[in-house]
Design a protein around this ligand. Structure first.
Ligand SMILES: [Zn+2]
Length: 209
């Protein structure tokens, strides 16, 4: 069996660190979320994903599961039961290199009402559009996401985790704002300006790294 190279080993550790950080930062509880990172190498493209049924505290680098874009897993563990939406995102979005999925309490509260987050605050644009949409529900283990939780994607694990924290913060503020009435939303033209600002800001930061 081919042993993982140093790059893959480091990525396995980073996936675990991100999963632990997700819980430490209060955007996930217990084993309910999952984290993945894109792999690209001589064996073809795929991703590393957290295993099913294992607490993050008890997860070692060798427990992280490599999965191909065709859905073939290797290693001693089974991938998260929600591996399919990770696979679908990597197939559809070549720019995405990491996916963080959580059952963040406020985002999930809104998702249980099949509510997205409208442009009630300019920071909504940080997620890349005029609003943050709620996808239709699908059975656990197939696709996602109303009555379920949140998915944040990014060019790195750090970026995806930061976005997940940001979206949960927005979900909490929106939930609080709704408690005293329905907040007005910003005009589309204004949101388009902010979306563009965030897009170019992100590029500048990547250039610095
Ligand atoms: Zn889930």
């Amino acid at each position: 069996m081919k042993l993982p190279d140093d790059g893959e080993q480091a990525l396995r550790s980073a996936v675990i660190a991100t999963a632990l950080a997700m819980n430490a930062r209060g955007i996930n509880r217990g084993k309910s979320g999952n984290v993945s990172a894109r792999l690209s190498g001589t064996d073809g493209d795929g991703f590393l994903v957290t295993p099913t049924g294992l607490a993050y505290e008890d997860t070692a680098p060798e427990d992280i599961v490599p999965v191909t874009l065709e859905g073939a897993a290797r290693g001693s563990r089974l991938p998260s039961s929600e591996w399919r939406f990770h696979r679908d995102i990597y197939r559809a979005r070549p720019d995405v290199r990491a996916v963080v999925h959580t059952h963040a309490p406020f985002a999930t509260t809104l998702a249980c009402h099949a509510r997205g987050i409208p442009a009630f605050h300019y920071m909504v644009a940080v997620a890349g559009g005029r609003d943050i949409r709620c996808a239709p529900y699908a059975t656990f283990g197939t696709q996602v996401l109303a009555h379920h939780g949140m998915i944040a994607v990014g060019a790195s694990l750090t970026a995806a985790l930061a976005l997940a924290v940001e979206v949960e913060t927005l979900a909490e503020i929106y939930w609080r704002a709704l408690s005293i009435g329905v907040p007005a939303t910003l005009p589309d033209a204004e949101m388009d300006v902010v979306v563009e600002k965030f897009r170019t800001y992100g590029q500048a930061r990547r250039g610095e790294e």
